[in-house]
Design a protein. Sequence first.
Length: 120
Amino acid sequence: MPYVDGFIIPVPTLRKGEYRAHEAKWWPYFKDLGALSLIVTWGDDVPHGKHTDFYRAVDAQEGETVVLAWMTWPDKATRDAAYGKMMASDSDMGPMEMPFDGKRLIHGGFTPILIEGTLE
């Protein structure tokens, strides 16, 4: 069964190009570890809620845009093995300078319960 890693990230709006390049740089590494796809989206119609919202979830500050991203894997075992390899060998990834505050990134693994259509 496929497995999905989901991410919500506050990114400085002025660093959009740098952030995109950062994700594009690391995609081949994840693909080589077995990832099937990576989709990174830039928030352009993200409402502020009355009780909760994406902005509050990541403590987005003035001048930051909320990014929603997900990576798919063939299964959880492949994903877990990939993350194990990454943690065991930081040298493979090189220096990890991120164009966002990684402390406010939200990440989680999810088992799909419904998949309809395609993304094109």
